[in-house]
Design a protein around this ligand. Sequence first.
Ligand SMILES: *[C@@H]1O[C@H](CO)[C@@H](O)[C@H](O)[C@H]1NC(C)=O
Ligand SMILES: *[C@@H]1O[C@H](CO)[C@@H](O)[C@H](O)[C@H]1NC(C)=O
Ligand SMILES: *[C@@H]1O[C@H](CO)[C@@H](O)[C@H](O)[C@H]1NC(C)=O
Ligand SMILES: *[C@@H]1O[C@H](CO)[C@@H](O)[C@H](O)[C@H]1NC(C)=O
Ligand SMILES: *[C@@H]1O[C@H](CO)[C@@H](O)[C@H](O)[C@H]1NC(C)=O
Length: 488
Amino acid sequence: MKYFRKFSASQTSCFTVLSLILAFSYPVDGDGTFQSYNSKERKRFEASSISNIRHLNEIEDDTEEVKVSTARNNFHTTKSGPYFPNWPSLDSRLLPKWYDESKIGIFIHWGVFSALGFNGAWFWECWREGHKDCVDFAKKNFKPNFTYQEIAPEFTAEFFNSSDWADLFRRSGARYVVLTTKHHEGFTLWPSKTAFGWNANDVGPHRDLVGELSRAIRNHSSLRFGVYHSLYEWYNPLYLDDKQNNFKTNQFVRFKTMPELYELVETYQPDVVWSDGDWEAPDTYWNSTEFLAWLYNDSPVKETVVTNDRWGLGTMCKHGGFNTCADRYNPGVLQPKKWENCMTLDKYAWSFRKNTNFEDYLTPEELITTIERLLQMGEWLGLHGEAIYSTVPWTFQNDTATANVWYTANPHMSRVYAIMTKWPENCERTIILGAVDGKRVSVVTMLGGYKDHLKFEDLGDKSGVRVELPAPDEIKSKWAWVIVLQMV
Ligand SMILES: *[C@@H]1O[C@H](CO)[C@@H](O)[C@H](O)[C@H]1NC(C)=O
Ligand SMILES: *[C@@H]1O[C@H](CO)[C@@H](O)[C@H](O)[C@H]1NC(C)=O
Ligand SMILES: *[C@@H]1O[C@H](CO)[C@@H](O)[C@H](O)[C@H]1NC(C)=O
Ligand SMILES: *[C@@H]1O[C@H](CO)[C@@H](O)[C@H](O)[C@H]1NC(C)=O
Ligand SMILES: *[C@@H]1O[C@H](CO)[C@@H](O)[C@H](O)[C@H]1NC(C)=O
């Protein structure tokens, strides 16, 4: 007989998905000097490099996503407004300094779907739309006429300890955390007044997960707290009505989305509002510009908040804070606007998925691996963070002569960082940095606990510099190595 199987308690205590977010900010000017630059130059050289994070890929596993963002409007102050509810005005807002300097964040996907561990956050849609693997899964595991809503009581978050999470995130070296407070299923992880009976306080955990996590993060760490929020809800009858009316009516927005968003911001004061689920209707339907004008002018987070670009059909990649464009978007070339790449390492799902057995959720071994990897990242950043936090893209994003070398820079310290994701394999133990003008290099050192200066030779004629490396075991890193070029 088919039935809805009971989950073991540990299942919902796991991290559904953690993602890493890297952000790079403004570059120095074109010829690699650290002079001041005007906004035209800045525009010209705004650069991004997804590849800069290659050194981190090796310490992630397939239960995580990687997000990369680079900076548009990478100024170090927030223009104070006032802002008007139209895109030219809203888009003129400058990004807060903290975001530019943070570089690394963690994204948590958590919701009713976490209790299934099958097909990720999109299971409900997959099942309702009749996709075979989801229908088969439901046939095998659910009683006849079982509804998605009946899964919610199984989402217990029994072992969720917010201070433990906050502590782990802090130790990972991340500087901010974004939690899915409501995904497309519509279930809110906080006791929202507009999600009666379909929130984490009324059913499931019987806890305010957003409140607990946001407080713990602020209490136990200096990380910033942000919220992911889906504008649409697949099967909300108010939304389906509006959709039926070709979005000429907007009762769902008036009575659900907007009250909920204001409540979320006022109650938890997030520093990131990561909007999603916008794409079926225009931003005028969503009242996005009105909301953003309030967020930037009058909300409790008007000075600190960062937003993304998903605020209505056609806004993605165009309007709002930083660009996310399509999921897993990777332009591969320098972008004029700050952007973010969202990709899951397992390439398919936005939350943990294991299309095998129902019982087969995240094993203790896998959970430990995820935690271990976050801690390894923290360990690496503890020694090499100087090459990441508060840095900006350099004139070159990767080296011109040697593969697997990626650059960042710190103009205030007149330093360029060459991050090697592979230790060079040559008997002479040297590396050629073709992008570096040898005449301008005064001292070469390495991060990772190595104290001596490295010998280097200017190859002249714009051929770069040759740097003599120490023995690899003298550097405390297993994943990536950083050469520091002190420029004059
Ligand atoms: C499932 O729902 C259908 C239609 O409402 C009904 O005919 C059927 O008896 C239900 N099956 C069970 C097992 O409740
Ligand atoms: C969370 O874990 C800490 C130790 O890591 C413990 O002191 C605390 O009591 C736990 N909180 C809850 C609510 O279990
Ligand atoms: C925050 O820290 C204070 C003081 O250390 C403590 O009393 C309080 O319980 C903490 N709250 C949370 C949510 O961790
Ligand atoms: C929301 O948008 C609708 C349609 O564009 C508009 O009539 C209404 O005034 C807006 N509501 C708010 C609160 O701005
Ligand atoms: C640098 O990156 C570009 C594009 O990302 C690539 O085409 C080129 O081969 C890279 N150079 C080296 C030396 O790896």
